[in-house]
Design a protein around this ligand. Structure first.
Ligand SMILES: *[C@@H]1O[C@H](CO)[C@@H](O)[C@H](O)[C@H]1NC(C)=O
Length: 227
């Protein structure tokens, strides 16, 4: 009994002393690490973000690629040069892939953008990383190289975009009930019937009715197959 009480008391003492000692030691360590890091980051550090607002883009449509260069270091980045590369599937329609940015001061952003158009659709594309080079330390004139994030995109064909709109419209129309392929088939039949009642005349003007029916039958067969 007595021994037990003593060891609990001892343990409590140990705990309080270690609690008292730990914060002091932690502070010591932090101080040491800070000194090392301070020496190491006494320079500019550029962070480059490259992005497109939408992850889904459409073949043949303008896509704006945005660049954000941010200096998270502790001194000005000098002679900053930006150089980007296009994915093989795209061409440049506005702006430039290369840029002499000049200086980027601590904590400031430099924004750049250019416009591209994808010439193929139905493909997954990754926008390549852009390169940034800069003088990170004015004393040594040391040049540093950094690269941007790479962004994956999906390029839809114009038809895929229409299908996507149709699916979204369908999800709204069905209030989210149509989830399985058979739900979709039933919905497609309803949409087809309503569509032929409402929009029949308009369609006939453009395409022969028989043609439309054949297409509708083919579409239904496709939907049935995916069941
Ligand atoms: C696409 O970009 C080009 C070049 O800037 C511009 O001339 C054209 O009007 C743009 N098209 C659309 C639909 O915004």
């Amino acid at each position: 009994m007595m021994r037990g009480q003593i060891s609990w008391g001892f343990l409590a003492l140990l705990l309080t002393t270690s609690l008292l000692i730990l914060p002091i030691r932690a502070n010591d360590d932090e101080g040491v690490i800070d000194d090392d890091e301070y020496a190491d980051v006494q320079r500019a550090h550029l962070v480059v973000r490259k992005f497109v607002k939408e992850e889904l883009v459409v073949q043949g449509k303008n896509v704006t690629v945005e660049i954000d260069i941010y200096n998270s270091g502790v001194s000005t980045a000098d002679a900053v040069k930006f150089q980007d590369t296009l994915p093989a599937e795209a061409s440049l329609v506005e702006g430039s892939l290369g840029l002499d940015v000049g200086k980027v001061t601590v904590g400031s952003h430099v924004k750049h953008s250019y416009v591209i158009v994808f010439n193929t659709g139905s493909v997954q594309v990754t926008l390549p990383t852009a390169l940034v080079t800069y003088v990170s330390d004015a004393d040594t004139n040391e040049r540093t190289e950094g690269s941007s994030t790479a962004m994956p995109l999906y390029v839809m064909t114009p038809i895929q975009q229409l299908q996507r709109y149709a699916l979204q419209a369908g999800a709204y129309a069905s209030l989210g009930f149509a989830r399985s392929p058979s739900d979709w088939r039933n919905l497609a039949i309803i949409i087809g019937v309503v569509g032929s009642l409402l929009g029949g005349n308009w369609v006939v003007k453009k395409v022969k009715a028989s043609n439309v029916n054949r297409k509708r039958a083919a579409a239904l067969r496709e939907l049935e197959k995916s069941d």
